[in-house]
Design a protein around this ligand. Sequence first.
Ligand code: NCD
Length: 339
Amino acid sequence: MTHYRPPEGRPVSKHLPFGDRRDAPWYGQSIVSVRQFTRSDLEYVFGVAHEMREMVGRIGSFDLLKGKLLANLFYEPSTRTASSFMAAMQRLGGTVIPINEVHYSSVSKGESLPDTIRTLEAYADCIVLRHPQMGAAAEAARVARKPIINAGDGVGEHPTQALLDLFTIAMELGRYAPSRGLALDGLTVTMLGDLRYGRTVHSLARLLSQFGVTLNLVSPAILKMPEHIKDELDKAGVTWREADSLEAILGQSDVLYVTRVQKERFEDEATYLGVKDAYVVTPETLRGARDEMVLMHPFPRVGEISYEVDKDPRAAYFRQMENGMYVRMALLAMVLGKA
Ligand code: NCD
């Protein structure tokens, strides 16, 4: 397992602010891949996220990260990831430098990613990075002295999304409690849509492979889950099968995780148009699902789930978004040495 700690001899911070817990397990670490998280790490993250949820419910915001500064560096569009990291930081009393439009920054003058990262870490304590290239977060973590949090690296990973997805699955199905831990074994999770380019399903499949789950991978033939991830599932002993239709599978699913066809990753528009409406979940579709199934989507949706589905109690995607803020509060507190 790769630990993205700052290189030896390059201190995380010369002056350790009072109250920082250097011995905290995630202090100063970057979060690049879900591969960094063991089962006990997940329980730790969820425990902190659970506390964050209680605290927000009780007092709204509190000063755990007062004086800390986050740089939000987004080379690709974002609504939820960017704003939930900002909300997370601000609810913990910290502040944010948002760089959403890299076109207006020196990136448009040709500045390299390492230079941009070294610049922002001169001002901020932590950098959240979204970038169109796979491996960009790992590259940033190699040059940075401060923690880098991967908010999506092209078709690679989206680890914080997968953590909030797993937290949502566990909470919705009553499979997590701080006193009892995490019990996800035995679940059947069905992923639907663009499994080839969707980074959220790459990360979530990897995370789920730590548990005794069954995965159904439903996609058009040209949008199947990449071979290297299926190899990882095999190595982890996960039972998985591929299908191009939901019908036979939906009734056995505990979770249906729907994704958008990732238009921006296609080389030609005709191919995109040929698959973009391959699946649409409607109230009729859900008639074939279990009463206690959880319906999820990382959003944005562009037609894969009809709006009429929103009032179905199984539709968990708005709760999923809210969980994103609590999980990101937990991650920020952890890497900044306060949890
Ligand atoms: C996802 C992403 O950016 O990968 N969005 C998100 O962060 N919630 C999913 C998508 O864009 O389809």
